[in-house]
Design a protein. Sequence first.
Length: 240
Amino acid sequence: MRLVFITILTIYLIMSEATAQTFDLGSWNILNIKYNHTEKLSVFAETQLRSLKFYNNYHYYEYKGGINYKVHKDLMLTLGAGSYQTYKEGGNFVLPKNNDEFRLWPQVILFQTIGKFKIEQRYRAEFRFTSNGYRNRFRYRFGLSYQFGKQKNEYKPFQISASNELFFTDNEPYFERNRSLIALNYKPTKAIILQIGYIHQFDYKINDETGRDFFQLGFLIELNRKRSVYNSNDLNIKDN
């Protein structure tokens, strides 16, 4: 519990420092539902709601879904699609929109365990049909996580995770965005994961949301076809 307290305190201090600067701390909220059909095959649906101030000036929402196929324990393939809506700054869902987008994205995730740490590398290609024309984007995320706490029902209830993601395009300026996250996840039951975190995002504001600092809340529900079907021991909220 001491480690949990230190983590929460660290996130709080970072957010306090962020709010003391000239920029505002926004909110980033995630609801994710995953259904495991078999040990290898699963589907998911997710929605996100973001604001540029602390639960005010809502400017962005998305909803998406997809299918995962776990080739083996260290490799997972995903195909997803969704709608991504970005509004102008200055209020709640200010019109006209900055971007109205449909996106199709295949991805590959590699997993590796070193001691008590789990490493995740995610490679994603995005085919973006936007209100300003078609675009490609490529993303790479490196993540590190550590589970802790008294084990119950074959899983540990807490996890600290950190990740950094780079966004690239095939047009100038090529490098588009950097997004970093530190988070604490809590798994009260096998089917539920709660996440609190801090996101820092920098970008060039080409046609998307402004780089900001966000307070993140995540809620994941994981369902199984039947009790004997695989249940993930990974406490990460699946997407950002």
